[in-house]
Design a binder for this molecule. Sequence first.
Ligand SMILES: C[S@@+](CC[C@H](N)C(=O)[O-])C[C@H]1O[C@@H](n2cnc3c(N)ncnc32)[C@H](O)[C@@H]1O
Length: 221
Amino acid sequence: MGLHKKPKSFVLRQGRITQNQKEALDSLWNKFVIEDISEINQFLKDKHSVLDIGFGSGETLLHIAENKREVSVLGVEVYLSGIGAVLSKANELGLENIKIFNNDAEDLLRKNILPSSFDEIIMFYPDPWPKRKHHKRRLIKKDFIKVINSKLKPGGIFYFKSDWNDYAAEVNSLFKEDPNWISAKEDELDTHLRNIPPTSFEKKALLANRPLHKIIEKKIN
Ligand SMILES: C[S@@+](CC[C@H](N)C(=O)[O-])C[C@H]1O[C@@H](n2cnc3c(N)ncnc32)[C@H](O)[C@@H]1O
C-alpha cells in the first residue's frame, strides 16, 4: 500500500542548453527560481495570480507577465533549457512579477499549494503521449481536474490548449462530466488571457495543419 507510483508526465533528459541559457541559469537562478515552497505561497498571497503548467520555452508566461505587471505569474517546468530562456528574457524585460519552480507541477499542486491560490491556471500543449499505452502519463485526468479546481479561487479559470484531437476530446468530456465547472469563451477572459501569441508548439501544429483546440473552464463550485 502506498508504494504504487503514478507514471510521470515527463521523462527527464538533459537536453541542449545554450551558452546564453547556461549563463542565465548561473546568474539569475536565485532571483527568479523558488526552492522554498513557503515562498511560493507568499508570492501568490493577495495577488491576482496565474499558474503556467509546463511552460516550455516560456513565451506565454512572459507575455502575461510583461503585459500585466500587477499579476503574479508562477511557471512550473522540469526542463532547464526552457527555464534558462525565461530567466534571461525576464531579466531583460525587468520583470518582478514572475517566479519559476523547477519540478513536477502535479506534485507541487497536490502537496504544497494552498487551496484557492490562483485566479487562472493555464496548460498549453501538454505532452500528448499519443500511444495508448502511454495515456496514463497524460497530466489531465479526472482526479487532477479536482486538484486544479481546489487550487483555483471561486470563479477561477482553467485554460487548456491542445493540437491532439483525442486528448482534447477526453479533456472536454472530463469537464462536462464534472458539475463544478462551466465552459467559458475567450472574450469573457481578462485581457491578459486573450489573443495570446502562438508558442513555438502552436506554430508547429499550425504548419502541420493540425487543428487547435481551446478548452476554457470556469470553476463554479
Ligand atoms: C509540449 S510542451 C508545451 C510547452 C508550452 N506550454 C507551449 O505551449 O509551448 C510541454 C511541456 O510540459 C512540461 N511538463 C510535462 N510534464 C510536466 C510536469 N509534470 N511538471 C512540469 N512541467 C511538465 C515539459 O517539460 C514540456 O516542456
